[in-house]
Every structure is written in C-alpha cells, then in structure tokens.
Design a protein around this ligand. Structure first.
Ligand code: HEC
Ligand code: HEC
Length: 259
C-alpha cells in the first residue's frame, strides 16, 4: 500500500461540512469515510449497487430503510444480517469497520444525485473512443492506454454523481490510488507517472510511455506527490447531452477487467 503518501482529503472534508446535520449522531473522519467507501465496494455493491438502491424498499444513500433507524441499527444489521432475508451477516467484520461503512453511507446521502440524466450509453461509447479521446489515457476491456486508471468496472465502483465530478472537475477528488508522483533518481532526470505501489524500499509507477518503472527509494534524490489531476476537464469540451451520454456509458461499465 502507499500509506506514506499524503492523501487529498478536500472532497471528503466538504462532504463532512455539508452533512453536518446527519453527523450529529457520530463524528466521522475523512479517513473513516474513505475506508467505508472501499468496504462498501468490496462487500455491498454486488447486491445494493453503486447507487445503493438496487434492493426494493432500501435506498442506502437516501437513508431509506425498512427497519433501521439509527446508525447503531445499521451497524447491527451489517454485522448480523437480516435473518430470513437475502441480507447476509458480515461475519468477521468488526464494529469499527461497520461504522466506517455507515460513515460512507451518511456522507454519500449529503451529495445530490447527478443531474446528467437522460444519456445514451452507446453514444457515450463512441465519444469515449472518438471525440473525447478518453482511450488515449484509459483502458476498457483490454483496449486503450494504461496511463490513467482502467475503467472496465468503474460503473461498479462509483456513483453517477462521482463520475460526473470526474469529468467536470477532475482535480477535486483524485483518489489516493490514482496519485501521480515525480521522482528524481540521484543518477538521472526526473520521471513523472501514476503511482502503482510503494513499500519501504521501492516504488513502482507507470510512466508517460506506459512503461512500468521501479525505483529504489534510497537511490532517489527527490520525490513528490503531484496534487493536480492529469486529466483535462470536459466541462467546456463536451455539451451537456454529450456529458450525460458519457456518464451513462461509464455507469454501464461493470467489468470484468481484462489485462
Ligand atoms: C447477498 C446480497 C447482499 C449483500 C452482499 C449485502 N446486502 Fe444489505 N441487504 C440485502 C437484502 C436482500 C436486503 C433487504 C432485506 C429485507 O428484506 O429486509 C438488505 C438490506 C440492507 C439494509 C436495510 C435494512 C433495513 O432496515 O431496511 C442495510 C442497511 C444493508 N442491507 C446494508 C448492507 C451493507 C452495508 C452491506 C455491505 C457490508 C450489505 N448490506 C451487503 C442484500 C445484501
Ligand atoms: C490526459 C489523460 C486523460 C484523458 C484524456 C482522460 N483522462 Fe480520465 N483520468 C486520467 C487520470 C490520470 C485519472 C486519475 C485521477 C486524476 O489524475 O485525476 C483519471 C480519472 C478518471 C476517472 C475517475 C476514476 C476513478 O477511479 O474514480 C474517470 C471516471 C475518468 N477519468 C474518465 C475519463 C473520461 C470519460 C475521459 C474522456 C472524456 C477521460 N477520462 C479522459 C487521465 C485522463
């Protein structure tokens, strides 16, 4: 993991402010919310969907439940399941982890849904490969570039509103796992690339020619995490309809990943 790098928390902090009322029950930190989002994708998205509304009568991000009322109820339901229904117990998930999921659900409830509705996924696909030139940086189902993150299952990972944000304001919420770093080896010129992995001694990145590069940390003169997004904003490059088409296409990408 790449815990040594500072994370950009600006987006989650804004969420915290916006959802102050909901957070009255418990104080959650930005890290809780981020962990919770990851756990949601790993354990819940399969049944509840990226928008949390795939089970009839339950809308996790809108706070619509059949029986849960408080945060504690949700924690209890996550850990014990709902006997006699399709909601399984997350055996082995401790209370602290279940709470981070609640933190994520509560913070997501504070973000309005995407306004880019009425898109057409097939048109979005053509834009992705054509005018949008997205494939020059992104890979879907084995074709395209590795410079940016693989988007083959992005529709399972992110809500439409988050995808919209990526297109309009890419710098706002660069995920820690998508950070670009610049390293300067003692023996040569600086290299910029997307950080793939880091341990105590080495780090790996994908450089701008899509090459996997490994650096020994002790041999670096300097390294820094780049704050800005590498991705251009499409706010003024695509029309509203085109943006809606693109969001529809991205929402439809549900994997599996191909190398
Ligand atoms: C195998 C499918 C499945 C998985 C995985 C799953 N759920 Fe559920 N969940 C359901 C079903 C089905 C229901 C509706 C149960 C019912 O009929 O009351 C439900 C209900 C719920 C409820 C609503 C309870 C209420 O009062 O209405 C919450 C909250 C919930 N799930 C959270 C989660 C979270 C968080 C995760 C991940 C840790 C998760 N679920 C994983 C299927 C699943
Ligand atoms: C110049 C390269 C480049 C181009 C062109 C580009 N992107 Fe990106 N994109 C990136 C990088 C790099 C990231 C990782 C985060 C960051 O740096 O903002 C990213 C992030 C994203 C994300 C967020 C991924 C996540 O896990 O949340 C989405 C969605 C996305 N891009 C979609 C698109 C679409 C759709 C297009 C075309 C309209 C496009 N990108 C064009 C480089 C690019």
């Amino acid at each position: 993991m790449m815990t040594a790098f500072p994370m950009n928390r600006s987006i989650v902090c804004v969420l915290l402010l916006a959802s102050g009322a909901l957070l009255a029950q418990h104080e959650y930190t930005a890290t809780d919310i981020e962990n919770g989002g990851r756990q949601y994708v790993n354990n819940c998205v399969y049944c509840h969907g990226p928008e949390g509304d795939q089970i009839a009568g339950v809308s996790l991000f809108q706070g619509r439940f059949k029986r849960a009322v408080s945060d504690d109820d949700i924690v209890q339901i996550i850990r014990n399941g709902v006997p006699g229904t399709g909601m399984p117990a997350q055996t082995g998930m401790n209370e602290a982890n279940a709470r981070t999921i609640v933190a994520y659900l509560r913070s997501a409830a504070a973000v309005p849904a995407s306004t880019l509705t009425g898109g057409n996924a097939a048109r979005g696909k053509s834009l992705f490969e054509g005018k949008g030139a997205c494939a020059t940086c992104h890979r879907v189902q084995g074709s395209g570039s590795r410079m940016g993150p693989d988007l083959s299952d992005i529709g399972m990972q992110r809500r439409a509103v988050e995808l919209e944000k990526s297109l309009l304001d890419p710098g706002a919420g660069v995920l820690p796992q998508h950070r670009f770093v610049q390293v300067t080896p003692k023996s040569g010129p600086a290299v910029t690339g997307r950080l793939l992995n880091q341990d105590t001694f080495t780090l790996q990145l994908i450089d701008s020619q899509e090459r996997l590069r490994t650096f020994v940390i002790a041999d670096l003169r300097d390294y820094s995490v780049l704050k800005d997004s590498r991705m251009p904003s499409y706010k003024d490059k695509l029309s509203r309809q085109e943006l809606a088409d693109m969001v529809s296409y991205l929402v439809s990408l549900k994997g599996p990943n191909k190398p």
